[in-house]
Design a protein around this ligand. Structure first.
Ligand code: SF4
Length: 451
């Protein structure tokens, strides 16, 4: 009886985060989002520490020390897939492996010993991040004071990342990571400006940062630094010289863009490199924002050619995909918006769409793109996703590693559009890979054996 009541309480508390387009609960703009998860609902979101790690981990020559129990540090490069063209220090994860006695008597000495050991054993350490996890938030080790002391002792940035898992939601972790990046950048504030950009919110998953940088090279726009895919300390500290920031993953990096605008006077625009339409718009808008007419003309011509090539390609696949129904559950709102457009271009309809960290304006845009009766949901839990995928007859779910078993259990096709993906899904190359993957998965003969 008690369980039944608590389930009902969870459902009631979640009601405002689930909207049916044009349904009786009013426009999707009224969705409740950007808040902490409902306790007990076990949502698909990761913790604050994981949010921070998403943003900081791809810095290729940074040393990441996780101050906490060993379990937290399992979240490393190998479950993300950011690629590097230089150092691969970031593929390691170091932990203070806190035990019971450390929790009773304090873990700060163990942390100090870890930093000292690292400095003793390794040459050329340029940057260390120290993550405070749940238990550190409980026992109250003064990680900030230790970082200050070690920065002074070793003359390198030793940056605290205040990320106890319980101290908010995944978005809080993004903000903590952005604050940590700002702590690296602030000593390098510069009056000198270059007609060049930084790319924020791209993590070089499967080499996507390289694809985007190639496009900018093609149209004659210089990129100073990428945050944080395939970046290194030396590139990062040049970033304050940029004339413009472009923000790809708005959920994780708009806060960093705002802070860079305040501190360094760098304006920003939000972009998306998923799908033909969004990639084209993003390249042209970047050139326009820089006031670079030559780059704008080159972008228009470059995108026209790519668009034509892809139109032929897409027309071959459309007959296999037309009329199929997609469910989308991804991290940020901008990606969900791009995916809805990509499915439209394939002749498919999105029937369920949700995000972990979408903002009110993202949900308003989502609602304007989908048809009536589409389910729009924020910070979903597995039970909700399963229920709505079945109810709406979804043929495929696009999500991340946590969503994969939900789809397969229901006999529904799946496409990984998260950090574990092995093929680039951004840019024009990404349109080819995405379309082929959706086609292969949705039209696989295996589904015939299940039903
Ligand atoms: S919730 Fe806490 S204990 Fe679990 S991974 Fe996150 S920081 Fe570590």
């Amino acid at each position: 009886m008690e369980t039944e009541n608590s389930n009902r309480n969870i459902l009631d508390a979640r009601r405002s985060s689930i909207v049916v387009k044009d349904g009786c609960n009013g426009p999707g703009g009224g969705i409740s989002c950007d808040s902490n998860s409902v306790s007990g609902s076990v949502s698909q979101r990761a913790c604050v520490y994981c949010g921070a790690r998403v943003v900081l981990n791809p810095i290729t020559d940074a040393w990441h020390i996780v101050h906490g129990p060993i379990g937290c540090s399992s979240y490393t490069w190998d479950i993300r897939g950011s690629l590097t063209s230089g150092e691969d220090i970031y593929r390691n994860s170091f932990s203070t492996d806190l035990q019971e006695t450390d929790i009773i008597f304090g873990g700060i000495r163990k942390l100090e010993a870890a930093v000292d050991e690292l400095m003793e054993k390794e040459d050329n350490v340029k940057l260390i991040f120290i993550y405070a996890t749940c238990i550190v938030g409980v026992i109250g080790d003064d990680v900030e004071a230790l970082c200050k002391m070690k920065s002074e002792q070793y003359h390198i940035p030793v940056i605290p990342v205040k990320s106890p898992g319980f101290s908010g939601n995944k978005s809080t972790g993004y903000r903590m990571a952005c604050d940590a990046i700002m702590n690296v950048l602030l000593p390098h504030k510069s009056e000198e400006k270059r007609t060049a950009i930084n790319i924020l919110g791209d993590f070089n998953l499967a080499g996507e940062m390289w694809i985007i940088k190639n496009y900018f090279r093609e149209i004659g726009i210089d990129v100073i630094s990428g945050f944080t895919g395939d970046t290194c300390y030396e590139d990062m500290i040049e970033a304050p010289k940029a004339a413009l920031n472009i923000v790809q993953c708005a959920g994780s990096s708009t806060y960093l863009a705002n802070r860079m605008e305040e501190e360094f006077g760098i304006p920003f625009i939000k972009v998306s490199f998923f799908g033909i339409e969004d990639t084209t718009n993003s390249l042209i808008r970047t050139a326009e924002a820089l006031g670079n007419e030559l780059a704008r003309k080159k972008a228009v011509e470059f995108c026209r050619k790519k668009g034509e090539e892809l139109e032929n390609f897409l027309s071959r696949y459309r007959k296999n995909l037309e009329g199929k129904k997609a469910a989308i559950y991804v991290g940020g709102g901008f990606k969900a918006i791009s995916l809805i457009r990509q499915f439209q271009a394939m002749g498919m309809e999105t029937v369920v769409v949700g995000t972990q960290t979408g903002k009110k304006e993202d949900y308003e845009m989502i609602e304007s793109l989908v048809k009536s009766d589409t389910i729009i949901l924020d910070d979903a839990n597995p039970a909700e996703l399963e229920t709505f995928m079945k109810e709406k007859g979804a043929d495929i779910l696009v999500g991340g590693v946590k969503e994969r078993p939900l789809a397969y259990k229901l006999g529904i096709a799946f496409c990984d559009h998260n950090h574990e993906r092995k093929f680039p899904l951004a840019g024009f190359e990404g349109v080819v890979n995405f379309t082929m993957e959706i086609n292969k998965s949705i039209n696989s003969p295996v589904w015939g054996y299940i039903s």
